[in-house]
Ligand binder design. Structure first.
Ligand SMILES: C[S@@+](CC[C@H](N)C(=O)[O-])C[C@H]1O[C@@H](n2cnc3c(N)ncnc32)[C@H](O)[C@@H]1O
Length: 218
């Protein structure tokens, strides 16, 4: 069984994708993808030996050693010239770790990134689009009372407004996501009465802006 969080990622996998799951840990997602025939080969990598060993154990338990190639190492460094990987799956990490992983010449070979970052989605969008990818789709969901965002980037250039980079070109029109963002801002606004005037003003402007988008969704 895999969690709802991991399962949300499988729909982004297409037939033409040759996948590397960076930071596979337990390799549960990779096992699910192979068993359910989303793909027939995956490289599953992790930088920590203990994490990778947990993955290898699970791969062996499912007799999938011939289909899931488990590799120890840092991000894209584990790829050799012969590998034909064109898609990266990266989930369960923060944006700064993800950006360090993408800061590698081998990114040139990649046409698609399926990313579930834990934080700083605005920075992720800005930096990854600066690397020459555009945002192909986005999803906001909850699992076990936690909030998650999936972003799929594909090779190509598109320009985005500041608001689109901050909230997402798709999520800015998503009612549930806007309500979640507004609730975060209201919390800060109401719980900290002694906020500096300028910051209060900024928050009020943000609230007005998001409410405008929210109205368009309803
Ligand atoms: C919290 S786990 C997430 C596991 C799985 N992807 C998921 O979403 O459930 C993050 C994993 O990323 C690995 N990791 C962190 N930095 C990495 C890097 N630069 N290269 C490969 N793996 C990395 C960690 O060792 C850890 O096993």
């Amino acid at each position: 069984m895999i969690s709802k969080r991991l399962k949300t990622l499988v729909k982004y996998v297409d037939e033409i994708d040759n996948i590397m799951d960076i930071g596979c840990d337990h390799a549960l997602l990779d096992i699910y993808l192979i068993k359910n025939k989303y793909t027939d080969k995956i490289i599953a990598s992790d930088i920590h030996e203990n994490a990778l060993n947990a993955g290898i154990e699970n791969i062996k338990r499912n007799n999938l050693e011939s289909k899931i190639d488990a590799r120890l190492g840092d991000g894209l460094d584990v790829l050799s010239d012969d590998d034909t990987i064109n898609t990266l799956l990266i989930s369960g990490m923060g944006t700064s770790t993800i950006l360090k992983i993408l800061d590698n010449d081998k990114i040139e070979r990649i046409y698609k990134l399926i990313i579930q970052s834990n934080n700083d989605h605005d920075i992720l969008r800005k930096k990854v689009t600066d690397l020459g990818f555009y945002i192909d789709s986005e999803e906001y969901f909850q699992d076990n009372n936690k909030n998650y965002i999936n972003i799929v980037f594909k090779k190509g250039n598109r320009s985005y407004t500041k608001t689109e980079l901050k909230y997402g070109p798709f999520l800015i029109n998503n009612k549930e996501y806007l309500e979640f963002e507004l609730s975060k801002i209201y919390k800060i606004y109401n719980l900290i009465p002694k906020l500096k005037l300028r910051y209060r003003l900024e928050l009020r402007l943000e609230i007005i802006k998001l409410n405008k988008y929210l109205k368009k969704c309803s």
